[in-house]
Design a protein around this ligand. Structure first.
Ligand SMILES: [Zn+2]
Length: 210
C-alpha cells in the first residue's frame, strides 16, 4: 500500500484533478475535514474527542487527526492506499503521517499567482439568474447585459478581489514551502505545471504517478 498527497493553491483546479486521479487510480480521497465530520457523526471514541475540541472552539490536535487517519487507512477501500487532500499542512504532520502510511508521491499543482488572480477575480454573476461570466474567458455578449435573462444586475464577490486572493495565496505558499522541501529531500515531490489545458495536467500527473 502506498498513498499520495495532493497539493494545490485555491483556484488551481485541484478539485478537478483530484476527481480524475481517483477515477484513474481507484484511490479514495481522504480529506481531514470530511473525516472529522464523519467520525463525530458516527460517535467513535476519537470522534467524540474531536467533538470536544471543536465545540470549545479549539483546533483539533494533530494526535487526534493522526488517530483518525490511522483508522481510515485500515479500511478495505484503502488497501491500495489513499489520496490525501488538505493534509499534511505542517512538517510535524508529515512526519507523523510517515509513521502510519507510506507516501510514495506528493503531487503539487503549480500555477503562477498572477494567473490565479486573473482566473478568480474576473468572475462575475448575474444577480437575477445566477449565470456566471468572466471578464477574459467568458464575457457577456453585450457589456453589462446578461446573455441568459437580459438582466443588468451583475455581482462580483467581495472576497474575489485581487488583494484577498493574493493574501490567500501567500498564506498557502508560506504553509507549503517547508513541506515541499521536506518531501523533496525524500525524492517524492513532483511539481506539475497547472497553467495548461486540464487534460495535459492530468496526463502529467498520471505520468508522475507511474
Ligand atoms: Zn441573468
Amino acid at each position: 500500500m502506498s498513498s499520495i498527497v495532493l497539493f494545490g493553491p485555491p483556484g488551481a483546479g485541484k478539485g478537478t484533478q483530484a476527481q480524475r486521479i481517483m477515477d484513474s487510480t481507484g484511490l479514495p480521497q481522504v480529506s481531514t475535514g470530511d473525516m472529522l465530520r464523519a467520525a463525530v457523526a458516527a460517535g467513535t471514541p476519537t470522534g467524540m474527542e474531536a467533538k470536544n475540541y471543536m465545540e470549545s472552539g479549539q483546533l483539533v490536535p494533530d494526535e487526534v487527526i493522526i488517530n483518525l487517519i490511522r483508522d481510515r487507512v485500515q479500511d478495505t477501500d484503502a488497501s491500495n492506499g489513499v489520496m490525501f487532500d488538505g493534509f499534511p499542512r505542517t512538517v510535524a504532520q508529515a512526519e507523523a503521517l510517515a509513521e502510519i502510511t507510506e507516501v510514495s508521491h506528493v503531487i503539487a499543482i503549480e500555477v503562477p499567482d498572477g494567473r490565479i488572480v486573473e482566473r478568480i477575480c474576473g468572475r462575475y454573476t448575474c444577480g437575477d439568474c445566477s449565470a456566471v461570466f468572466h471578464d477574459t474567458f467568458n464575457p457577456s455578449n453585450v457589456e453589462g447585459v446578461c446573455d441568459s435573462c437580459g438582466g443588468n444586475d451583475f455581482k462580483r464577490r467581495a472576497d474575489d478581489n485581487a488583494n484577498t486572493v493574493l493574501s490567500r495565496l501567500s498564506a498557502y505558499h508560506e504553509q507549503t514551502s517547508p513541506l515541499a522541501e521536506w518531501y523533496d529531500q525524500r525524492g517524492i515531490f513532483f511539481r506539475i505545471d497547472g497553467d495548461r489545458a486540464i487534460d495535459e495536467i492530468t496526463e502529467d500527473i498520471l505520468r508522475a504517478l507511474k
